[in-house]
Design a protein around this ligand. Structure first.
Ligand code: GCU
Length: 680
């Protein structure tokens, strides 16, 4: 019997395992079922293929299995190439005691291997059969809002709640990128295949990633490559001025076009499989084409032409709105902005432009309406954008699992129940499209240099779930959570699973209960976006108002009497949201201004609903803490300490939310709580 020896692949990489960092969903024990078997791997010599081999070699070495030659008689698991249309898809076959994973190339084999890890022992003992598994969309992306230099206000990772950046020390790309390699491995095992490595707010130092810092980009890309992950960079619209010394960034100026073409040549010379540029233009003070009287299509298409010869992509963000609004101006509605700026240009964006649109028309709120812009561009490649980092959802101090929220958003039927969804649009299946406009899914990462990766150890579940949902948006989010628990705590007693489900399954709904009610949005502390401040944004320039007075609250976005935002939706939603009769309770204050005594479909008044949910929200958090405290000994001590510390802060903060919001509604409405509970 011929054994696969490491000498067959002289450059077999060692797996990036740093014992001082939490292994997240890839602890060694998760590889036991695979690693205790006789495994044959037949692969080429590509970087990803070497990763497949390295995984198998490490697993069998740790768990007593064996690497055997492809074709050996007693193989229990075979990983081998086979023809298939999608290079990332794989086929799993279980027959007569042998499990085979086949794929067109090594990326599919790597995904197949991690699929086996997820299935555990079941992968080898389940019923015979054949399953072909392919990703929902080829673009499954994480954006890092990491700065190379520590920003004086935002810190190193903008909206980062897990320490510094895994890519950068203050001022430079890290010399040791082991953490990045570990991260790449975790991402590959969850399904992510693209990463943008710097903040969309691009500072002067970060602009140099296109220039003298390119060797660092190449180093990072080299770390992601073996895991099938393509590297992207966020660029500044002003780069030709900042870096190139030009006097203009006008997309119609030949010298600007030429500058970008040369920049692209440089980037792809350094990183031949580079992904492309992400850009935030004319957004919250970032420069953009508006300064030259040009449209976003003009800007995007100019960049697209520069990267097209290299097969590159432009992710052009649609987060464009007036952030210097006069709060007295009642006609301007920020919610309408993305649609107004982008929908008229549908069909005019180049083939390699992807318009990246936040899932909500405001900004990653705990509950807001769906962005109508996502449904308005059948002739454009669209990537809806999400946030894994919890800017408005508790800063990874609160235990909030986002899988259920994302699942609801991904499955939102823009054209009515049973029809095409947000996830369909992302995959190029807009009902009025020709099927070729494949966009993707993007989200802001929640990872930092924290020993648990995500500050709150339970926030790892969000990173895992994001990857899994980009691969399969129809997957059950609680089943994904269950999968994460099983991988992360492989030998744990049943009570660990029960506790984590009790704490996390409905934690998004709990968070909604104790924060901004009924889709009203933005009752947060300005700037940090942590903790309650009901009027914090009310007289600000940011366009995020709720118009509470003594009689009522909410934003009238109807066509009949309000801003007309409801008219941006296709049927049936344009009418469902327009009418008080049919508008869902949870979005009532997003679409309508109503008296505090307005009766919801639930039968309660608005104000009583606010009181009840806020009291109940804290009760639910306290119940989670009770469950946690009862069972914390079943968890690893360092992790238990961290979670316990976070829970203490969550209880403090939730109490604050409950009392501030309830008091605000009591003082404005003058309506007492029907149950006479304490409100201040
Ligand atoms: C939010 C967030 C900013 C971020 C911006 C964006 O406004 O608070 O930190 O830069 O979104 O998405 O560009």
């Amino acid at each position: 019997m011929e054994h696969i020896a490491v000498t067959r692949t002289p450059h077999l990489p060692s797996l990036p395992v740093d014992p001082s960092v939490h292994p997240a969903w890839l602890p060694q024990a998760a590889f036991a079922p695979l690693g205790s078997r006789r495994v044959a791997v037949a692969v080429d010599d590509s970087p990803v293929a070497r990763t497949v081999l390295a995984e198998v070699t490490a697993a069998v070495a740790a768990h007593g299995g064996e690497s055997v030659a492809p074709g050996a008689a007693d193989v229990e698991l075979a990983l081998r190439p086979d023809a298939a249309a999608d290079p990332e898809a794989f086929t799993l076959t279980r027959a007569a005691g042998v499990v085979a994973v086949t794929a067109a190339d090594a990326r599919g084999l790597l995904y197949g291997l991690y699929h086996l890890v997820r299935l555990g022992e079941e992968a080898f003992t389940g019923a015979d059969g054949t399953w072909t598994i392919a990703p929902h969309t080829p673009l499954r992306m994480l954006d890092h809002w990491d700065n190379i230099a520590v920003h004086p206000v935002m810190g190193q990772v903008e909206r980062g709640y897990a320490g510094g950046s895994i890519f950068y020390d203050d001022g430079a790309v890290r010399a040791d990128l082991t953490r990045v390699a570990q991260y790449a491995r975790l991402l590959a095992a969850s399904g992510i295949n693209r990463v943008a490595i710097n903040n969309v707010n691009v500072g002067p130092l970060e602009t140099r990633l296109l220039d003298d810092l390119l060797p660092d980009v190449a180093r990072i890309a080299g770390v992601f490559r073996p895991y099938g992950i393509t590297t992207h960079v966020s660029v500044s619209w002003a780069a030709p001025v900042r870096l190139g010394g030009l006097t203009t960034s006008d997309p119609f100026a030949p010298e600007v076009q030429e500058w970008w073409a040369r920049a692209a040549d440089r980037v792809w010379a350094a990183v031949p499989d580079f992904g492309g540029f992400v850009i935030k233009a004319d957004s919250e003070g970032q420069p953009g084409p508006f300064a030259y009287g040009r449209t976003h299509a003009d800007g995007a298409n100019m960049l697209a032409a520069a990267v097209a010869p290299h097969g590159g992509l432009i992710h052009w963000r649609a987060f464009v709105y007036n952030h210097q609004q006069d709060w007295r101006d009642r006609r301007t509605d920020r919610a309408k902005a993305a649609y107004e700026h982008f929908a008229p240009y549908d069909g005019t964006f180049a083939d390699n432009v992807i318009v990246q649109i936040k899932h909500g028309p405001l900004d990653f709120q705990v509950r807001e309406a769906m962005s109508p812009a996502i449904a308005a561009m059948p002739g454009t490649r669209v990537a809806p954008e999400f946030q894994v980092t919890t800017e408005y959802l508790g800063h990874q101090k609160h235990a909030v699992y986002l899988g259920r929220m994302w699942s609801q958003l991904l499955g939102f039927p823009y054209w009515g129940t049973g029809g095409r969804t947000l996830a369909d649009v992302a995959a190029g299946r807009h009902p009025d499209g020709d099927g070729t406009r494949v966009g993707g899914l993007a989200a802001v990462s929640n990872v930092g240099d924290d020993v648990f990766w995500t500050g709150h150890p339970l926030a790892q579940a969000n990173l895992y779930a994001w990857g899994r949902l980009t691969w399969d948006p129809s997957a059950d989010p609680v089943a994904i959570l269950d999968e994460w628990i099983g991988l992360t705590f492989p030998d744990a007693p049943a009570v660990v699973r029960e506790t984590l489900h009790a704490v996390l399954d409905e934690s998004w709904e709990t968070y909604e209960q104790y924060t901004a009610p009924l889709g009203v949005c933005f009752m947060v502390q300005p700037g940090s976006h942590y903790g309650p401040s009901p009027d914090g944004y009310e007289y600000s320039p940011w366009g995020t108002y709720h118009f509470a007075d003594r009689d009522g609250i909410g934003v009238d976005r109807t066509r009949a009497t309000g801003t007309g935002f409801t008219g941006q939706y296709p049927a049936p939603w344009c009418d469902v949201y327009e009418s008080l009769e049919t508008c869902p309770d949870e979005l009532l204050l997003f679409f309508h201004h109503v008296p505090y005594t307005h009766v919801l479909h639930s039968g309660k008044t608005v104000v009583q609903h606010v009181y009840d949910t806020h009291f109940e929200g804290l009760e639910r958090v306290l119940e989670s803490v009770r469950r946690w405290t009862e069972t914390l000994d079943a968890f690893p001590a360092d992790l238990a300490d961290r979670v316990t510390e976070r829970f203490a802060e969550q209880v403090r903060s939730t109490t604050d939310w409950r009392d501030v919001i309830n008091t605000y509604f009591l003082r404005h409405s003058g309506v007492p709580d029907a149950h006479a509970r304490q409100i201040f």
